[in-house]
Design a protein around this ligand. Structure first.
Ligand code: SF4
Length: 176
């Protein structure tokens, strides 16, 4: 399959890309992360994803960030905890843009590296993905089969920056 893979960050992308390539899929990375609170942090994470794309020789597409629009989308949910309702809106935002890009560019299906993280609730991501893309959403849970552990190993090997907070302003406040 020709898959458009939404990539939240390079560390989560490592084992996900490796797995899809091992299974014989064609993979294009889609960096669409309007949630990230500053342009500096966005570009730092993007730089790591560029390293990953070079390593696996995959195409990388970048969705220009608009954090203001994203903030409007989560208005009223600022005080939600991580894994709460704000995160579901955040997943829908990123997956909605990925589904639209898949349609526009004619990919066979799409999925997301968000499921590599043990902090993300895969069934919620899958439900949103199916609502947006039906059968063309591919419910890969990349943390399974030691996927998260493998992501740590590959991130170390590639010398990738591992961020200390999820991405939005609210997650930075909680961590700091
Ligand atoms: S904590 Fe992470 S998943 Fe939740 S809204 Fe913020 S950036 Fe999105």
């Amino acid at each position: 399959m020709r898959i458009l893979l939404h990539i939240c960050c390079a560390p989560c992308g490592t084992s996900a890309v490796e797995r899809l390539l091992d299974q014989g899929h064609g993979v294009t990375l889609f960096f669409s992360n309007h949630n990230i609170d500053t342009r500096q942090e966005h570009d730092l994470r993007l730089l790591q994803v560029e390293k990953l794309a070079d390593h696996f020789n995959t195409t990388l597409l970048v969705d220009p960030p608009d954090n203001e629009a994203w903030l409007k989308g989560v208005a009223g949910l600022e005080n939600e905890p991580e894994r709460g309702r704000r995160c579901a809106v955040c997943f829908r935002y990123a997956l909605g843009r990925t589904a639209a890009k898949m349609e526009q560019d004619g990919y066979d299906g799409f999925c997301t590296t968000l499921t590599t993280s043990p902090h993300k609730v895969a069934p919620i991501i899958f439900q949103i993905g199916r609502e947006l893309g039906g059968e063309r959403f591919l419910p890969f849970d990349f943390k399974k089969s030691e996927g998260f552990k493998r992501s740590l190993v590959l991130s170390n090997e590639l010398g990738l920056y591992r961020q200390s907070y999820c991405g939005c302003l609210f997650s930075r406040r909680v961590t700091n």
